[in-house]
Design a protein around this ligand. Sequence first.
Ligand code: B12
Ligand code: SF4
Length: 488
Amino acid sequence: MKILFFHHNDYLSNGIPGGIAALSAVLKQAGHEVDIFDTTFIKTEEQPESSAGKQGIYLPTEYTLEDLVKDDPVQNIEEAFLKKINSFSPELIAVSVMTGYYDEVIKILENVKPKAKILVGGVHSTISPEDALRPEVVDFICIGEGEALLTELCDHLERGKDYTKLLNLGYKKDGKMFLNEPRPFINLDELPVPDWSIFDKRHLFRPFMGRVYKGSFYVMSRGCPMSCSYCVNISLSDKLKNCGKYFRFQSAATTVFQLRSLKETYGATWFKFADDSLTYMSEAYLEELAEGLKPLNIQFGCSIRPESVNARKIELLKSMGCVAASVGVESGSMELRKKVLNRHMTDQQIENAVRTLREAGIRVSTFNMIGLPGETREDVFKTINFNRKLNADAANVYIIYPYPGTPISERYKVNFRDKEGNLIPVSEASSFHLSMMPPEEVEGLLKTFNLYLKLPEDMWMNIKKAEGSDESANSMFKKLKEYSLTVK
Ligand code: B12
Ligand code: SF4
């Protein structure tokens, strides 16, 4: 059977999505024909600024991702999608989508009106299955892991068999929605090597410290043992509670085998582990992984949960090729971290984690959120000052988005759809107005967060002027940003 994946992604936000790569591999193993329509490299008229230049951790490289797309024609996404459908003639369109982009994706599907059946999977259809199945254009949804359902559904559709009992499936019949139970989790060691071959090769562009490497995301675990109040992991583990152990990882031998294969097949030597934290693994597991990975001579970046760090684990990560790590700070206010975010690590633990990583020669970037429930401007400055103290190599900041099913969305009674039923996009997260600050102030702090981090305090008066959105604020912002690039 012919299956066309639809990967709707931000322009130039490159990196191969682990979900589609895993699904494509199992489909091919079962003898199906697979292709993809991917918006990552589609240059449109109304192109938003790409995220490629924003990654502060990377020094300038000989060539950039923008250089790689400079000769590409300007296209219309829907026309390009239709062209792909007409040339490939899929029988099933398999869509992977996150909550914040759901309506945008549905609108494209409605305008393109493919004849093929449409199956939607990913985080949103798992945490909010009714919402995902509601649009008329959607025939099926996948609740939870897709590998087994997708192959079974293709087989059933191809042979005209009754698919209505398939576990993990949501479908409609006579205008009614049916949501079947999810099935037990799959054994991660039985999965084939992720299929990167269907993706545009520019997804492998990985700049790091002034050099361009080849590589992409890789994931060796599923789930997370923590329960941060803003994270979809809580709702995922709840929805999938009868499926087996929620947090699990594949054996070190499988990881080594698959990474070797990706290196040999695609020349990949730089990976970004998409796992929630590599330091959740035991020292014994990391030792085995290090033994297997050292001869591969790869480099990688990963995420680290601060309180799971110890010097031995970092030494092991370093020895197997870790060169960059992201540490979740989220807020510099310990009270907000504890009471609102359900993150119980101390400042000391975060400081220790960052210091241990940096002493091992690993570049560190922090992850932060603003616009938190009850947060004041002073709290945001606690986060700014804490980051200044940590002195990491880069800091990322987002406005909190209350995803459906998370304790934050329930406690503060916020819905990702407004009264008219329109989805609030990730770019408008400040409009949830969870903090004590007006949304414009949160937007202004988002814009200037890194200036406050980088520039001396005697310039903060000017940075405050740059927080606004009028012409004079924007011109001040531009000047300060240019200046900040000259500061070491
Ligand atoms: C790597 C990653 C990215 C990468 C790659 C994206 C991708 N699609 O893989 C990048 C950097 C691009 C990214 C961007 C964003 N991300 Co992100 N990302 C992740 C991360 C860390 C790993 C994803 C992964 O590889 N998982 C492993 C694979 C195997 O699982 P999976 O993708 O869920 O796929 C399985 C099932 O869901 C299902 N499935 C998935 N798609 C389909 C399709 C079909 C047809 C079927 C049948 C099944 C199916 O089957 C798969 C295999 O079992 C997850 C956290 C996590 N651990 O999952 C966050 C996560 C998915 N991201 C998240 C968010 C919020 C974002 C951003 C909005 C962040 C931001 N503020 O900009 C953007 C949105 C980008 C966009 N335009 O859509 C949230 C999503 C929350 C939500 N409710 O939607 C997550 C869950 C993080 C979190 N804990 O909050 N992300
Ligand atoms: S540690 Fe990260 S992935 Fe795990 S629950 Fe918290 S935010 Fe989610």
